[in-house]
Every structure is written in C-alpha cells, then in structure tokens.
Write a protein that binds this ligand. Structure first.
Ligand code: ARG
Ligand code: ZN
Length: 883
C-alpha cells in the first residue's frame, strides 16, 4: 500500500491537501522500473457537462485484473489538481480509498469492478493549456503526455488502452459544435442545451483523448481510401478564417494518399476532423480522429503566410495524420519510448514533404534544423539518448533529439536496407504490433526481421547520447585511394564511456580532371576505426563524404580549400554541394574567430568563397530554391558548435564581416540575379518560390555591405509585395537597419495586419530577431505592448524565443539578454510551465561560451533555481543546466 499524504475522510471526500511548498526535487522516473499496470480498463464512458468556468465530468470505467501483471490490492488513478466529487465502486461504497498526493488510490477486492467518479474542473482558469482549457471562448483539450489526469482520475499512462464512449452536453449558443474522437453516434437538444454522443471503436491510451466545443465552421471535403472507405474530412476554424483553410485541406488529402502509396497505410474511420486553436503549447496533436492544431499550422493565404508557413503546414498536417498508424494504431508502452512514434513519424513527414516538393532542398532544411538545434542539445547539459533512461517531467523530453535525431536513426536503417527492404520492415512492424503499446526494441526487431539487417550494434544509437565525431584521412598511393575513418562518441551527462556505433557513410571519389566519379558507395564504419581502399586513381581524387547526410555525425578532416570549391561547383549530390559551401564558409569563420588567419590568408579564403558563390549564382542548371540553399551562410549556432569555447561577439562580427565582403564583391551578380527574380510573378510554384528566396537572401547580403542601398531596395520590395514572403523578407532586413523606412514599414505592417494574431506574431518576431543595435530595448518595449501577453504561447515564442535565438541580442556582453530571459522564465513559470521550461536551454549553453558571459549565464540560472516554487518542468531543466 502506498503512503498516504492526505488521508481520506469516511464520506469519500479527502480533506484539502496541505498547500505547503512543493518538495524541491520532484522524483526521477526511470525506464528500468517499468512494470505493466495491474489493471486493464477495457471500456470507459465519460459524460461532460460543459461550461467555461465549470465543467462536470462523470467517468465510468470497467476495470479487470491484468493477467500479465503482478496482482495488486489497489488501483492507482492519476489525478492532477482534482478532487473526487463523488466516487462509487459497483454502484456502492468502495472497500477503501485515499488520496496519495494527487492520485486517488482505491482498494479493489474482486477481479472486475465498475468505478464511477465525478470531478469538476475550471477550464477558464487553466493557463497551463494541459487538460481541458478555454481558448477564445471555445473549449478544447491537450492530453499528451499527462494532461488527461487534469480532467479525470485514470491510469494516465500510454499502455492502458480503452474503448471510449463520450457524451458531451452544453449551452447550444455558446458551443454549437461538439466534437470528440471517433464517430458521432447520437445527438439531441432540449431548451438551451444540446448534446452529442461519440464512440471511438479503436482502443486508445488516455493521451489520445480529445474534445472540442465551440462556435466553429468547417471546410468539408472527402477522401476515398484505397479500400473504398469514404471519409468525411473537416477543418474547423473560427468563422473569419475559413478562406485560409484550403492549403491545410489539400495537404491532408495528399497525406492520406501518400501514406497509402508509400507505407501501405489506410485510414480507419469514416471521419477525420482537424480543429485550429490559437492557444496551444506545441504545433499540433494527433488525437484519434480529432487532430487539434495550433492555428499557425492550419491557416494560410498568400497575403498572410510565407512560403515557409505553407511548407510548415503541409509537414505538420502530414505528421499528425501519419501518427494515426505510427502512434495511434501502434502506441508507446511508456514515455521513454516516445521516439518510437515521434522519430518514425518525423521521418515519415520528411519523406512526404520531400516527395511533395524539392527533395534535396527538404533534406538540406532538415539537416539545418538537426545541426542548428539537435547538435547543440547533444553537446550540452541536456543531452539524452533518443530513448532516455530517466526524467522528472516528460514534457521536457519532447526534444529535437527524440524527434529529429530519432528520425535520422531510422533513416540510417532505411539507407542500409534500401527502400524496398525497409518497406518490408515497416510492414512487418505495423502488422506485428497493431493494437499494441510497443517499444523501440520492438521496432528495431521488426526492421531487423523484415530487412535481414543485423542491427545488434546499431541499437546503441537508441542508448547513447552525443553526436559521434568521425575523423577522416584520405591518402593516395600508386593507383589507390585510402580512406581511414575513426569514430569517437563524446561523453554526455550520465554516460562517461561509449561504445562505437555503426555509421553508414555514403561517399563518392571524383576524378579531378574529368569532374566525374565512378558511382556512389555506402561504407559502414562498424568499429572504432576502419580503412577502405579504392583502386583506379592515378591522381588523388576529391572525396565527397556523408552524401545526403547519410549519418548524423560530424566529420573532421583536413580538406584543401580547392577541393571544397570543386565540390561546391560540381558535386552531383545537391546536399554535398551545399555541404561544401558550408564547409568553405565555416572553415574560414572558425579560423577567423580564433585569430588563426593572417591578412593574406583571410584575403585568399574570402576570394575563394566569393568565387564559389559566384559560380552558384551563375550556374544555370540550378533552380532558385536550391541556389538559395547554396547562398546561405552557416548559422551563428552552427559556427559556435564547431568551437570548444565560443565568443559570441566575435562570431557575430566575423560572420557579418564576411557577409559584407561577399555582398561587396558580388554586388553586380547579386544585382542581376535580383532583377531576374523580381520579374517572376507570384505563384505558389517552385520557380516563384525560389525567386522569393533568393531575393531576400540578396537583401541580407546588401544590408551588410551597403546598408543605404539595402534600405532602399528593401523598402521597394516591401511596397510592391503582393505576398507575405516578400513583405516579411523585406521587413526583416529593414528591422535590422536604423532608418526612417524601418519605422514606417513596421508601422504599416502593424496597421495592415492588426487583429490577425499570426501575422502580429511575425511583427514581434521580426523585431526580436533583428540585427538592430538596440534590439534589447525593442524587446523590452514590446513586452509592454498592448498586444503582448504571457497567456498565449505563440506570442511568447514570437517575442522571447525569437530573442533567445538571436545571438546578437541574447549574448549582449553585459548579460542583459540573459536577465531578460531569466525574468521571463520566472514570470511565466506559474502561468505556463511547459513554455517557461522551453526557454531554459539557451542559458544552459554556458559551458561552451567564453568565461565572462558563462558566469553571467550561470548567475541567471542560479537566480531561477533560487525561486521558491518552481514547476517540475522548469526545476528539472534548470538543475540539469547547472549540472
Ligand atoms: N504528439 C504531438 C506531436 O508530435 C506533440 C504533443 C506534445 N505535447 C506536449 N505536452 N509536450 O505531434
Ligand atoms: Zn508527433
């Protein structure tokens, strides 16, 4: 029996829990402690009496002993801030019950019982946005990972699967639309209230439960599955937003078709609903048959959404839809297995987007996110394996590691197996585990059995954190080219010693004179080190390595700059071409920041980079979308990542100086390219999209080399823009430059879009991420703006997360940027802990920053740690970051 903190009174109403200070360290949950739940809950019926301030929930569940678990005399039902209003077992008194902290523990003597519990909640007071909450007058839910326990007492863990029947009733005028998972099985009305009953035939864990009640309108369409099922599709939004839902609907239909063709997965209900809500902690949620989305990933038209927004919507709609199989039909046994559904589903959405647009550009974008966000995470205090071993708050593990590195790990299996065999592996996985709560091990085993690969050592990718480093040497003797590879996996928190991991590397060896190679090879570095020899090279070849970014590793090699110039101009793998450009610029910037370059060397390197970039501008085999990728400079965070200890001020200065130098040297080819691109008329097609991309990149170079000219050109682009991409691009450049036009256009933008929350978010973000010298003053002023609120996560992100990702502001030498973020965290934590905790990682980078700033960053973290009542979320992130 568990230790009771709050004894229950005989009538079933526990006394008020002592509202004392929360214990300082919330408990650590460990993967190795997993045990199946002693009870099954095959069916659950819920009745919601809906109100914004008071919602009453009657939950009736049938429970029976789990033959696969150790017997227990009690059942533990998780709660979070709930009190049972009433409680019965089999229609009468329970044999015993008590509150243990937030949980309700009930004594059960028999093998089968029916438990009925009533709870009452206040959705309007729920600012955490977990559980049932109010958003702009409507009611909606977010239950992943542990939000269901804020609605009802229940075994809130992903391995307890139940069939749900839900009756919801409420005032008709306030909530004309009532939605839940599955199919609607009944409806009716009486007086001012109405009700709907929903049944979801597919057993699911509580985190996939969802409910929506509000005044909404839908774009409706349909899709006929490969098996002939006619599915009704709805995208639900507020009245005024309906004409911005076409792209979401089209993306949904394309996702459904694609998953049938590529993974053989068919939809399994007659109805698929998507609802857009403006207050949402994350991007979207895959609740069975009722996906709930952040409006940001639903609403788009050319006047208000950028090309990036369009791509984001397609990707996230796909992602949530694909979860229906990778997540819902097969879910996770426990939250340590999160990457089972997230890593795999990210891979699926990446492959989908690649098929819908430019595959090479999509691959480059994905790698940029991985290296810009996941690599820093993996080399810092928050590093964890894609299958973590412990956590205090699971919300902190919805990370780029679990999502993006998780996708890379599965992508490696796909590369080693080949597409066809990989499909055999995934077919087997879906077939073998349908209806189950599975583990990452189950997935790997299915891929192993389906493909015939030996993945014994490969499993280490699930267990070990840290980005492997591969040191490469290319030697040439006689006719033979030899590649020596050696890997190390760096120590990470809790994992001082690592084992080597199989690293699949695609490579090609180019003949210098013909510019051709004899075919791409895939080598797997399975040990600590290995050597691969290739014959038939009279001259030392040019090596193109880790093509398509076949492994999520960093490669260290001494490579002559002329080889990079060669690859940047001619590599037939577009990713490798991009990589060569990045390596050229990164190599120079790291050396320049470290003070390793004399003036002659600087000049020689800059000239080479300019030559390579000019070749890119003038290469007419390239489309502009790809050209834009090749024109991009490596990000500040990527450059910092290459250095053991970074000096943010110097990185920024050198990066801007290189941009200015290239802008000046290439002024005339840039100008010609801009002119050509400016003639292309607006459309959502690839050509016009590419034109918009290169135009704004050129503005960025001009801003560094010739600010006055850039202001003029950006103002011109802003004024004649007939779409958000051009307008935002121009405004972004203007936001960084002191000028009358800056003020004018920012004001114009605000007035034009006032009242459109998603666009006003952009207005905040543009200023918070600007290169303007007074960016900190701007952010402070914006935090006082009438449109700013800590209650809306999109708005918080648009101001503060944009700022924290702006090295030029965040890393101000006097620590003011750090203080700003620490103040935000302290103020936001009691309102929305999940969002507050997500601002901690930028401060956690202190070990890799020069000592002066590192001290200031630590001080900011110490100040947060000293606060009397931190949420579990923020507590965990801050203590790990101080580590
Ligand atoms: N499963 C959702 C997705 O990846 C994310 C939900 C995250 N929720 C949270 N509270 N952290 O699409
Ligand atoms: Zn997901």
């Amino acid at each position: 029996m568990d230790i009771a903190r709050t004894p229950a009174t005989p009538d079933g109403n526990p006394e008020m829990a002592d509202a004392a200070v929360e214990p300082k360290a919330p408990p650590e949950i460990r993967r190795e402690d997993y045990a199946p739940f002693p009870w099954l809950v095959p069916t659950i019926r819920m009745e919601f009496d809906l109100g914004l301030e008071k919602t009453r929930v009657r939950t009736t569940m049938d429970v029976e002993r789990n033959p696969a678990a150790d017997a227990s005399p009690t059942i533990r039902l998780n709660g979070d801030g709930l009190q049972p209003v009433s409680l019965t077992c089999d229609g009468g008194d329970c044999a015993g019950h008590m509150m243990d902290g937030d949980d309700l523990v009930i004594t059960l003597e028999g093998d089968r019982h029916t438990i009925e519990i009533v709870t009452e909640i206040d959705p309007s007071g729920n600012s955490q946005l977990m559980g049932l909450y109010a958003s702009g007058g409507m009611l909606c839910t977010q239950c992943e990972a542990e939000g269901f326990r804020r609605i009802a007492f229940f075994p809130d863990r992903p391995d307890v699967l139940s069939t749900y029947t839900v009756r919801m009733s409420g005032p008709k005028a306030q909530f004309p639309v009532l939605l839940c998972n599955g199919n609607r099985t009944g409806e009716g009305e009486g007086g001012d209230t109405h009700w709907a009953e929903w049944h979801d035939p597919w057993p699911k864990p509580s985190y996939l439960f969802a409910l929506v009640a509000g005044d909404l309108v839908a774009r409706t369409d349909s899709f006929t599955t490969m098996g002939g099922r006619e599915v009704e599709l709805n995208v639900w939004v507020r009245e005024g937003d309906l004409d911005r839902t076409e792209h979401a609907m089209e993306s949904l239909k394309r996702s459904m078709k694609w998953d049938e063709e590529i993974f053989g997965r068919e939809y399994d209900l007659d109805l698929f609903n998507i609802v857009a809500v403006s207050d949402f902690n994350m991007g979207a949620m895959e609740n069975k048959g009722l996906n709930i989305f952040n409006t940001k990933y639903v609403l788009a038209d050319p006047d208000t959404a950028t090309d990036g927004d369009y791509d984001g919507i397609e990707g996230v709609i796909g992602h949530e839809y694909f979860h229906n199989w990778s997540g819902n039909r097969i879910t996770c046994r426990d939250w340590f297995q999160l990457s089972l559904k997230e890593g795999f589903t990210v891979l699926r959405d990446q492959l989908f987007s690649a098929d819908m647009g430019s595959a090479p550009v999509k691959r480059i974008e994905d790698v940029r996110v991985l290296r810009g966000v996941q690599f820093p995470e993996d080399s810092g205090p928050l590093a964890h394996p894609i299958r973590p071993d412990s956590y205090r708050e699971i919300s902190n593990f919805y990370t780029s590691t679990v999502y993006n590195k998780g996708a890379e790990v599965i992508r490696m299996m796909r590369s080693m197996a080949g597409e066809e065999l990989f499909r055999k592996g995934t077919d087997l996985y879906f077939d073998r585990h349908d209806g189950e709560a599975a583990t990452c091990e189950d997935f790997v085993k299915a891929i192993e059995d389906g493909t015939g690969l030996d993945l014994v050592r490969f499993r280490r990718w699930y267990a070990q954190a840290g980005t492997p480093k591969v040191v490469l040497k290319l030697e040439h003797e006689g006719e033979t080219a030899k590649i020596r590879l050696a890997q190390t996996v760096p120590a990470t928190p809790g994992q001082p010693v690592k084992e080597p991991m199989p690293i699949p590397l695609k490579l090609a060896l180019f003949d210098r004179s013909t510019g051709k190679h004899g075919g791409e090879e895939l080598v797997v570095l399975g040990e600590e080190s290995a050597e691969f020899a290739f014959d038939g090279f009279a001259e030392k070849p040019v090596l193109s390595i880790n093509r398509t970014f076949s492994a999520p590793v960093s490669i260290e090699r001494a490579v002559p700059r002329e080889d990079l110039v060669f690859l940047a101009a001619r590599d037939d793998d577009p990713f490798a071409r991009y990589e060569a450009m990045q390596e050229l610029m990164t190599g120079y910037l790291v050396a320049a920041v470290s003070g390793d370059l004399g003036e002659n060397e600087r000049e020689a390197a800059r000239a080479d980079i300019a030559r390579a970039l000019e070749a890119v501008i003038e290469d007419d085999r390239l489309d502009d979308l790809m050209r834009g990728e090749l024109m991009m400079m490596p990000s500040h965070s990527y450059i910092a990542e290459q250095m053991l200890v970074a000096e943010p001020g110097r990185i920024h200065a050198e990066r801007e100086a290189l941009k200015a130098d290239l802008g000046a040297r290439l002024a005339s080819p840039f100008h010609a390219l801009y002119d050509r691109a400016a003639k292309i008329e607006f459309s959502l097609g690839a050509e016009a999209k590419g034109a918009r991309k290169v135009k704004t990149l050129i503005l960025g170079y001009a801003a560094a080399s010739d600010p006055a000219k850039a202001v003029e050109l950006a103002a011109w682009q802003y004024d004649r823009a007939d779409n958000m991409t051009d307008r935002q691009g121009a405004l972004m450049v203007l936001a960084g430059l002191d000028s009358v036009e800056r003020t004018d256009k920012l004001l114009d933008f605000y007035n034009r879009y006032r009242g459109n929350a998603l666009v006003i978010d952009k207005w905040f973000a543009l200023q918070a991420s600007s290169l303007h010298p007074q960016v900190i003053e701007h952010v402070k002023a914006l935090s006082e703006h009438a449109d700013f609120t800590l209650k809306n996560p999109n708005r918080v992100r648009s101001l503060y997360m944009a700022f924290a990702a702006n090295p030029h502001g965040f890393h101000a030498a006097d620590g003011e940027g750090y203080d700003l973020i620490a103040d935000l965290i302290l103020e936001l934590d009691p309102i929305n802990a999940q969002t507050a905790a997500r601002s901690v990682p930028p401060l956690g980078r202190w070990r890799r920053i020069e000592p002066g700033r590192a001290r200031l960053m630590r001080e900011a973290l110490d100040r947060i740690a000293a606060a009397p009542r931190l949420s579990r979320d923020t507590f965990e992130q801050v203590t790990r970051s101080l580590g």
